[in-house]
Design a protein around this ligand. Structure first.
Ligand code: NAP
Length: 298
């Protein structure tokens, strides 16, 4: 039977978590080391609370240590920076994640820049962004890392392919482009000022949409046979006052022509947390001078 063109991110993420769990056990057996991830949540944003709860649950499920820090919404920047400094110095903590968004009184960039780059499992520190673009050993942002894993799993060698990334944010678009360039793709980064976006997209063998606009990328922008990765998570109203999640790609139409496509939900989303676990493992190995897993997704 022919392989479905739908990339099942949920199943792939489960495979990645199993692989992380195996490697965590190996680290414990061979080196007596159990990596730890500290997650810091400031305030009571309901979406952030769900993310943080899921992250903590999955961290424990793969055998990592989980340290959760819930701070009041009126926490000062100084107090948050003091906690980050404490976590930087804590040998039991190999990865630190400060959940965004942060309340207005706190400069998020200042906090992200205070995290030890070696423990920066979100990969948002300028040192890690720089390493990613200059070919160094970076901590790679989780969402684009998950996208790359799915692409390599489906397509194998990406060398020479035309990749178009729509969106140029520091957390998705730019690192995604860097990863694809590192895989020897010919990369175009498109954004809100791009001329003839449909035409640019039609040239893509790999099309990554990270925009935040419901179903903006139309089915007829997709080159037949292309691999489409939909990063977007948009909540839209449906009839009867209900709501549902859709991506940045017009899924039904695009799925008819794409060679491979991620659905929303069930595509990129589940891979993001799985990659956070991968990054915690990678960070712990690097900190301990232990050989890190070559392909943590395998
Ligand atoms: N699945 C996950 O785990 C995950 C993780 C992170 C984000 N997301 C989702 O991914 C989406 C993007 O997130 P983000 O943080 O990267 O968003 P962002 O920071 O708002 O960036 C959006 C990008 O899209 C571009 N854009 C906006 N309108 C456009 C248009 N009409 N044509 C072409 N480009 C346009 C913007 O261009 P300019 O730079 O020119 O303004 C910008 O670069 C969101 O839906 C978010 O919820 C999902």
């Amino acid at each position: 039977m022919a392989e479905s063109n739908i990339i099942d991110g949920k199943a792939f993420a489960a495979k990645v978590r199993e692989s992380v769990a195996r490697r965590v056990k190996m680290l414990k057996d061979r080196h007596g080391l159990t990596p730890g991830l500290a997650v810091v949540l400031v305030g009571e944003n309901p979406a952030s609370e769900v993310y943080v709860r899921n992250k903590a649950r999955q961290t424990v499920e793969v055998g990592l240590k989980s340290f959760k820090h819930d701070l009041a919404a009126d926490t000062s920047e100084k107090d948050l920076l003091a906690l980050v400094a404490k976590l930087n110095a804590d040998a039991e903590v190999n990865g630190i994640l400060v959940q965004l968004p942060l309340p207005d009184q706190i400069d998020a960039q200042k906090v992200l820049d205070a995290i030890d780059p070696a423990k920066d499992v979100d990969g948002f520190h300028a040192v890690n962004a720089g390493k990613l673009w200059t070919g160094g050993k970076a901590m790679v942002p989780c969402t684009p890392l998950g996208c790359l894993m799915m692409l390599k799993d489906r397509l194998g060698n990406l060398s020479g392919m035309n990749a178009v990334v729509v969106g140029r944010s520091n957390i998705v678009g730019k690192p995604m482009a860097a990863l694809l360039l590192n895989e020897n793709c010919t990369v175009t980064i498109a954004h809100s000022r791009t001329r003839d976006l449909p035409g640019v997209c039609r040239g893509a063998d790999i099309l990554v949409a990270a925009v935040g606009r419901p179903e903006m990328v139309k089915g007829d922008w997709v080159k037949p046979g292309a691999a489409v990765i939909d990063v977007g998570i948009n909540r839209v109203e449906t009839e009867g006052g209900k709501s549902k999640l859709v991506g940045d790609v017009e899924f039904a139409a695009a799925a008819k022509v794409a060679g491979a496509i991620t659905p929303v939900p069930g595509g990129v989303g589940p891979m993001t947390i799985a990659c956070l676990l991968v990054n915690t493992l990678t960070a712990a190995c690097r900190q301990a001078g232990i050989e890190e897993p070559e392909d943590p997704g395998a």
